[in-house]
Design a protein around this ligand. Structure first.
Ligand SMILES: [Zn+2]
Length: 188
């Protein structure tokens, strides 16, 4: 069950959720954010599992960071290439445990509708926002794609900062933070 605080936040942001399997189409299909996904037990054996509060917060972060023209596109019109680079580890949001591209990944979006730098800024922003909201709403950092991996939000932030550093994206993380402060969404 999703936290009432997360459902209220989605409402406040004007984002709609729907009880559907992200793998059957997309996590964000251009209209709604899916609340469930598949967990593969084998190549074609899977169970449907609910997404966690953190997963939904992350998508809401993308909703906030997205430009107007991205808000009616599957996966916000973000590019596959960037997604793979950003989510390299198998078992993540875009790759399954065997390293194959998940069926829900936006197959056509090799370029994306905004440039790569902007896409990374948006991803960093989604990460920063989910952590910011998660802390202030008292939400667990647990993600459905990797249950029990993130111990808490400090652990999540540290992991994501290291990842950004590894890929040379710390500058974009700073830009995302500044943008969220200017938008009056993150207050420090
Ligand atoms: Zn993301």
């Amino acid at each position: 069950m999703l936290s009432p605080a997360v459902l209220q936040l989605a409402k406040n942001l004007g984002a709609n959720l729907s009880e559907r399997d992200a793998h059957a189409s997309y996590a964000f299909d251009g209209q709604t954010i899916a609340t469930h996904k598949r967990r593969y037990l084998d190549d074609d054996l899977y169970e449907i599992v609910p997404l966690t509060d953190h997963d939904i917060l992350h998508e809401l972060g993308h909703w906030v960071m997205a430009e107007e023209c991205q808000r009616d596109l599957p996966e916000f019109g973000l590019a596959l290439g960037v997604a793979i680079a950003a989510y390299g580890p198998p078992g993540g949001e875009f790759l399954d445990l065997y390293g194959n591209i998940r069926p829900n990944v936006y197959q056509g979006a090799f370029e994306g509708v905004v440039d790569k730098g902007e896409q990374d800024i948006q991803e960093q922003g989604a990460q920063l926002l989910s952590s910011y909201w998660g802390r202030s709403l008292g939400i667990s950092a647990d993600m459905a794609s990797d249950p029990d991996f993130f111990r808490d939000w400090n652990h999540y932030d540290l992991h994501k900062t290291k990842e950004a550093n590894q890929y040379g994206w710390l500058g974009n993380r700073m830009i995302a933070m500044q943008r969220l402060m200017r938008m009056d969404i993150i207050h420090v």
